[in-house]
Ligand binder design. Structure first.
Ligand SMILES: N[C@@H](CCC(=O)N[C@@H](CS)C(=O)NCC(=O)O)C(=O)O
Length: 219
């Protein structure tokens, strides 16, 4: 098997890569980071130790960073539909949306979740308030953007939607999207109904009890 993915089935950034792998039906060997041996291998391969990390023995070797992995898969293991569109302007829009989902929604979710893992005496109250304010701003912006749209950029499902799915999945858990953002809520529901996304979400179900602070009994 050429592709090995170091991942965890409950990890949001890993879903971002699992989604296009499932969309394309690309085979890979999974190294579950629950296993200490796999976690140690990951640290040797990529000392930053954030995951997912992809290893392609016959190709690029080790690749970290979900967006880069998705783009690599698109180039070297293409599925029936590209995650990065051929048109240069549309591709730029997809990359921009990918950055917005990662930097302002996903990062805010991580700030809130990681804070729950801290010693209560060392919690970052201001940082969490800022993350929640950023999510409110991002929801309002995205709600206007998604009016009349099916997917985040263009007519097709792309890298931008791979970024949106895990970000919005967990964002709604820690900072509910609410009825005042109906287009974001409908977009999240559309994402979760997509078979590749549902498969990634299902993979994480056995781990739900471990969600810091507890997760809601839905989705
Ligand atoms: N910028 C990275 C972020 C990856 C990331 O934050 N992954 C989380 C799991 S969802 C992680 O590695 N968490 C472990 C940690 O923070 O130690 C990417 O796009 O792949």
């Amino acid at each position: 098997m050429a592709l090995t993915l170091y991942y965890h089935p409950f990890s949001s950034y890993c879903w971002k890569v699992l989604i296009p792998l499932y969309e394309a039906g690309t085979p890979f060997e999974g190294r579950l980071l629950d296993e200490p041996e796999a976690a140690a291998e990951l640290k040797r391969l990529w000392p930053i130790a954030r995951f997912p990390v992809l290893v392609d023995d016959g190709g690029a070797g080790m690749l970290p960073e979900a967006s880069i992995i998705v783009e690599y898969l698109d180039q070297h293991y293409p599925g029936p539909a590209p995650m990065l569109p051929a048109d240069a302007d549309l591709r730029l829009e997809v990359r921009l949306l990918d950055r917005l989902f990662d930097n302002y929604i996903h990062a805010s979710v991580q700030k809130i979740v990681f804070d729950r893992l801290r010693d209560p005496a060392r919690r970052d109250i201001q940082g969490v308030e800022e993350a929640r304010a950023m999510l409110d701003t991002a929801y309002a912006w995205l709600d206007a953007r998604m009016a009349g749209r099916r997917w985040a950029a263009g007519d097709a499902f792309t890298l931008a939607d791979c970024a949106a799915a895990p970000a919005l999945f967990y964002a709604d858990w820690v900072h509910p999207i609410g009825a005042d953002h109906p287009n974001v809520a409908a977009y999240r529901a559309r994402l979760l109904a997509r078979p590749a996304v549902a498969r990634a979400v299902d993979g994480g179900r056995p781990y739900r009890a471990t969600f810091p602070g507890g997760g809601p009994a839905r989705d």
